[in-house]
Ligand binder design. Sequence first.
Ligand SMILES: *[C@@H]1O[C@H](CO)[C@@H](O)[C@H](O)[C@H]1NC(C)=O
Length: 454
Amino acid sequence: MRALLISIFLIFCCLGFEVNSIVCDPPVGTPVNEPFGESFGINPGRVVWVLDREATKWDGINGYWFDSDNLDQSRVDNMLDKAIRSLTGNDDIVESWDMLFRDFNKRKHGKENGYVPGQTIAMKINLNGDFGYYEDNNGNEVSPQFLKSLMTHLTKYAGVAEKDLYVFDASRLIMPHFQKMFEQYFPDINLVDNKGGMGSVQRAQPDPTSYLQFSNTDVPAQKLTKLPTFVNQADYMIEIDDFRGHDTAGITLSGKNWFGSIYRPDVSCDFGTTSSGHWCPMSLHKFVNVTIRPMGSYNALVDLMGHPKLTSNTLFIISDALYAGPTEFDHTSGYNVPSPPVTFEMEPFNNHWSSSILIAQDPIALDSVGLDILRTEPHIPFARIGCTDNYLHEGALANDPPSGTVYNPSGQGQLSSLGVHEHWNNAYERKYTKNIDPVNGKGIELVEIHLSDD
Ligand SMILES: *[C@@H]1O[C@H](CO)[C@@H](O)[C@H](O)[C@H]1NC(C)=O
């Protein structure tokens, strides 16, 4: 009932946002089935979307959505297993992990090496619903069940020791329900957050030797951004996204997720108790604000995604869309309250929780599919507030972007294409060029897997 009331509230409160304050040319969602940019990976352009409505059973009122009765661990395990095997096209899960490491190392180092024990993996999770306190709440977010499945894969199938794994959000807090899960099952995995204030959780430290510049001289502290030490030193990243709307950027997927990884000496925001120190991306919001930035304008997300230590150091991108929501937290009332998950009306969700996991090697392809879903869904109004796909155009064509920006986040040369962008034909068939023509299609291939369909 609460979820329903909040959904109704959001629909009414946010209708005004649906009127674009600027004209987007081309309009968001177009052109249709005209891919551009270059994909890569084992199956270039592939985005796997696994949906299992039986995994998510919260009544929307009692307890937390992440309680064990409300999010079925064994179903989530099965979903992740299917997602990874479908991404590689190999039925063997151990071989699939090995393929992902080999493909990555071939691209990055020119050698098809598998995982070598001792190599480190850093995983950015998005904990924007924390409110600055070590207290659980019902805000939509990555789930402990999903993280448990992924950590099981890494330690069991990929052969990574717990001590070589880092799970972090430098701007936010690892809340008790996450910490409990890690303590119980993976006590030696490194947890890093903004304050380091709970149990074994460490506080993020900027690496003075790291370097990240923004490719637009208007960005404050343009050349002074630092990354966490273990990120700068990681052999691999895995990006774990939330899947939701965002009041400024329109959507939060693999691009926006990096806002919690950067140390910015220009602004120390102790706004409330939300995040302290300089792990604060506030002064960047102007450069991702889709209501003021037209198509063909610079977007700071492209610099983050293209940086050699961020998405460009990423094994794969995965969205925990088991209980997705409209925004990070709701501050339409003047103060922040948790933004709980909402049900998704559109087919194939059919008024159920979003109950999904999405995975891809190509970040632009993943975010393109995510945007097509989110902007179609009536309960995610922020996905329709402005020129939401500008960063996907800029990123797909990072070598020659519509804005004319020379994207060079590492200072070592202009980026090449970050991946392939395309919009589906329509929300009912959800076909991309490789679905329409597997042989000649040059864009995205969406693999939809529906478990336990009614
Ligand atoms: C984004 O732009 C709109 C329109 O100018 C403005 O009202 C809003 O405050 C901006 N958001 C942020 C976070 O700067």
